[in-house]
Ligand binder design. Structure first.
Ligand SMILES: Nc1nc2c(c(=O)[nH]1)N[C@H]1C(S)=C(S)[C@@H](COP(=O)(O)O)O[C@H]1N2
Ligand SMILES: [Mo]
Length: 316
């Protein structure tokens, strides 16, 4: 008897039912499209309050992007590999910025959700993130749709920010307030947590651009598979395009896998390799390199190479 590879997690677009949920501040707020509104304030010529209808009246866009949780901000180097690839539709933040008219002193966009609660010993905090104005204006989408259906309550209904090149923590759910400011906000989720010092750097920086990473999905970790030639496959992703994925079976050398190119959207990229699995237990690892030359570390960080264990059986 062997478990067949589960198909679900190995699809290019992750079904909504399988998307992880990360709520820092407790249960999701109960919002409604009919009563929701978004304020745009701070260093703008025209402060705004947009309701859902007004948002639908603005230009719409769609894109597919990797949605990845950075991990537990209290343990920032521990791999969690919570990653999906999703289709989003909504309004480019640039359209809203154009309506409001940023003042020349504006440098940062603050994005705040409607949720409030307790986190790490602080009570009644909001979920607030900030991004450089230029970057946010070029990249962020105010999404109302995920995989073609209205956002579900846990995923930010009715509207969330999506920062497609960045870690999921920047994609503020239940978006309720946008502030344009000259400075970054001092806040639990902006300057206290979700900052880190990258290898080779000395200054800490906010957790924004995704790391280079990859995940083995086929065969499934812990499964028993028929011995012989097997397809080993998964996905690799980074802020820039991934250029190589290598796979190692047991103590054999790293071998380059076949890797799909990335299209215009910042999606993940499928890799695959056929390998001969002799009867017995095996350890399989994968390691990605991106076009910026970043390589997954062997260990010690959140994007360390992914390793799975399978057992190959004759006649399984
Ligand atoms: N308002 C709000 N937005 C939030 C969060 C949150 O707790 N509150 N969690 C963030 C984190 S850490 C991640 S990984 C993603 C998770 O999005 P999902 O739950 O839709 O998968 O939302 C981000 N946006
Ligand atoms: Mo997260």
């Amino acid at each position: 008897m062997f478990k067949t590879d589960p198909q679900a997690p190995d699809r290019f677009v992750t079904p909504v039912d399988e998307v992880f949920v990360r709520n820092h501040l407790g249960p999701h707020p109960r919002l409604d499209r009919a009563t929701w509104s978004l304020t745009v304030e701070g260093l703008v010529e025209r402060p705004l309050r947009l309701d859902f209808q007004a948002l639908l009246g603005l230009p719409q866009t769609s894109l597919t992007a990797v949605h990845e949780c950075f991990g537990n901000p209290l343990h920032p180097t521990v791999p969690t590999r919570a990653v999906t690839n999703l289709e989003w539709s909504g309004v480019p933040l640039s359209a809203v910025l154009e309506l409001a008219g940023p003042r020349p002193q504006a440098r940062h966009v603050w994005l705040e959700g409607a949720d409030r609660g307790d986190f790490a010993g602080q009570s009644d905090v909001s979920f607030l993130k900030d991004l450089p104005l230029d970057q946010a204006g070029a990249e962020v989408v105010l999404a109302h749709t995920m995989n073609g259906e209205p956002l579900r309550p846990n995923h930010g209904y009715p509207v969330r920010a999506v920062a497609p090149l960045m870690f999921g923590t920047n994609s503020v759910k239940w978006l309720s307030r946008i502030v344009l400011a000259a400075d970054r906000p001092e806040h639990l989720f902006t300057t206290h947590f979700y900052t880190r010092v990258l290898p080779g750097e000395s200054e800490s920086r906010p957790v924004r651009e995704k790391d280079v990473s990859s995940k083995l999905l086929t065969p499934a970790d812990g499964s028993t598979v028929p011995a012989g030639a097997r397809e080993i496959a998964g996905y690799a992703w980074s802020t820039t395009e991934v250029t190589t994925v290598e796979v190692a079976v047991d103590d054999a050398d790293w071998q380059p896998a076949v890797l799909d190119r990335r299209g215009p959207d910042p999606t993940w990229q499928r890799f695959r390799l056929r390998a001969d699995l002799a009867p017995g237990p095996h350890r399989i690892r994968c390691r990605a390199t991106d076009s910026a030359g970043r390589v997954q570390p062997l260990d010690g960080d959140r994007n360390a190479v992914h390793e799975i264990r399978v057992v190959a059986e004759d006649g399984a």
